[in-house]
Design a protein around this ligand. Structure first.
Ligand SMILES: Nc1ncnc2c1ncn2[C@@H]1O[C@H](COP(=O)(O)OP(=O)(O)OP(=O)(O)O)[C@@H](O)[C@H]1O
Length: 362
């Protein structure tokens, strides 16, 4: 089902929450709305579901207007046939698993001859076939979420909406359920909109990621686009670039253009960095920073180790290059690395290859 969100705005108590949101979602696509708390992800989803009414704009699904503020069209939620899965599983405690899944079908007056096999096959698809007779309190959190998924899937006439469905699960289960959600999306052939503030989840699940900021769409791209080519310092920060520096000035001399960045770091402006101008930003990941004697095209500088911490396979080292300006580097962890970088104050040189530096216009 193709989804077209056009010019959607919404205010609560005169505070604008969505500001002219435009999104085109292809039929069969899995897209994620990613952004910090309060940026309007859930409100966007609720407008598609019919749980909120936009003040302006329209939402069309499969060529049919769900809502259009200009023509005062509004299709109520139960007639939209979208499947919804929430963070709180929202199961009826007094109903069995099968009855919970059957509930939206009964409300729609689905004939029993169709209802029973549909509930059974959907419970089978989510791996809960053998628990149809149990009650929610007899299930683990992960199993309850599977039932909620099945209930969403039977309601979905081609569109699934997910609002942080995995937030209540532990880390291991979250990763397992991610693949389940993606598998079911493919198997059922739905178009899915998924809300999260977890970038790993967004990158793992989606065909495209929509980064939102303060009620507007900041960036739309494939997981690789948003991870490797953020469009702004906000987007770069959100997808985990640890180092974001402003360009303070650009100078030209003897055929070379050189930028001075925060902390006095210098970067020769060639290749991808050729367009950098004063007021713009550069970003690079901690994994791109080489500590030690290596030099080459890019940033070559030195500073004093502020501190270092063990973080899994790598050791994260913060090097101060100026008062209040630290560069974060990730180096493979070893006893040597721990010994060298554990203590603050020691002088270390570092290099950031030019190819690892991303230029951001804002
Ligand atoms: N019914 C409402 N009445 C008043 N304010 C609301 C209402 N619903 C949402 N808001 C406000 O709108 C803003 C955006 O909320 P929304 O839930 O869309 O954000 P979000 O990006 O999904 O954030 P989160 O990840 O915290 O859920 C918040 O500041 C919230 O307090």
């Amino acid at each position: 089902m193709h989804i077209q969100i056009s010019g959607v705005s919404k205010a609560f108590n005169a505070t604008p929450i969505l500001k002219d949101v435009n999104l085109t979602i292809q039929s069969g696509e899995f897209i994620t709305l990613l952004g910090p708390s309060g940026c309007g992800k859930t409100t966007t989803l609720r407008c598609v579901a019919g749980l909120e009414t936009p003040d302006a704009g329209s939402i069309e699904v499969g060529g049919k207007a769900f809502v259009n503020a200009a023509t005062r069209t509004f299709v109520p939620t139960h007639k939209r046939k979208v499947g919804m899965v929430f963070q709180s599983y929202a199961l009826w405690p007094h109903m069995s698993v099968a009855a919970n899944v059957a509930y939206p079908l009964k409300r729609r007056k689905t004939p029993p001859a169709q209802l029973k096999p549909l509930v059974a096959s959907t419970l089978e698809a989510v791996g809960m076939g053998q628990h149809a007779g149990r009650y929610p309190h007899e299930l683990s959190g992960g199993q309850q979420q599977r039932v909620a998924l099945a209930r969403g899937l039977v309601s979905a006439g081609g569109v699934m909406l997910f609002d942080e469905p995995l937030s209540n699960l532990d880390a291991k289960l979250r990763i397992a359920m991610r693949s389940e959600i993606r598998r079911l999306h493919n198997e059922f052939g739905n178009t899915s909109i998924y809300v999260t503030h977890d970038q790993d989840e967004a990158l793992a699940l989606s065909d495209r990621v929509i980064i939102m900021r303060g009620g507007v769409v900041e960036q739309v791209g494939t997981p690789d686009d948003v991870r490797s080519r953020p469009v702004s310092s906000f987007a770069a920060d959100f997808v985990g670039f640890e180092n974001i520096l402003a360009c303070r000035s650009v100078s030209e001399g003897s055929g070379r253009r050189t930028a001075v960045l925060d902390g006095g770091l210098e970067l020769e402006l060639t290749g991808a960095a050729a367009n950098l101008e004063t007021g713009m930003f550069v970003a690079f990941r901690s994994s791109a920073v080489r500590l030690g004697g290596e030099r080459g095209a890019g940033i070559n500088a030195a500073g004093a180790v502020r501190d270092s911490s063990y973080s899994g396979e790598t050791r994260t080292v913060v090097v101060d290059v100026a008062p209040g300006v630290g560069i974060t580097a990730a180096v493979p962890d070893s006893a040597d690395a721990a010994a060298v970088y554990r203590h603050g104050g020691s002088e270390v040189s570092f290099h950031v290859p030019a190819r690892s530096v991303v230029v951001l216009e804002r």
